[in-house]
Design a binder for this molecule. Structure first.
Ligand code: HEC
Length: 106
């Protein structure tokens, strides 16, 4: 019985930890140079993504991908993403703590 409870507690903790920290997306390396791993941009003209609404990020990436939103370099980058990549990246960036500093000045 005790073993069962310990196992149940362990499973609960793993699930809770996963909910708090989404898995690192496979394509994060494509974004980090400009938006940062944590979504805090250090590049002038490049927006912070940390803490942004998840649905907004999904919609923005889908719009870059289908060309209805046009911006260099996001159209060509979004073209390399599958819908599951977009979902994973939007989840990741939306879960990062929001930006501490204003965007870098151009
Ligand atoms: C070479 C630099 C660069 C890389 C690499 C890059 N981005 Fe961007 N990203 C930008 C710039 C510049 C903009 C602003 C474009 C605009 O004006 O619409 C932008 C805009 C965005 C936006 C819209 C934000 C908003 O507030 O509307 C999202 C979402 C985004 N990028 C996600 C990503 C993701 C996810 C990746 C990796 C797959 C990525 N970007 C890779 C430079 C980059």
């Amino acid at each position: 019985m005790h073993r069962f409870l310990a196992a149940a507690a362990l499973i609960f903790l793993c699930v809770a930890a996963q909910a708090a920290a989404p898995p690192r997306p496979a394509k994060l390396g494509l974004c980090a140079a400009c938006h940062g791993v944590d979504g805090h941009s250090h590049v002038a003209g490049t927006p912070h993504l940390a803490g942004q609404d998840e649905t907004y990020l999904i919609n923005a990436l889908a719009a870059y991908r289908d060309g209805s939103r046009k911006a260099v370099p996001m159209n060509s980058i979004a073209n390399t993403l599958q819908p599951r990549d977009i979902a994973a990246l939007a989840r990741w960036y939306s879960q990062q703590p929001a930006a501490r500093a204003p965007m870098a000045k151009p």
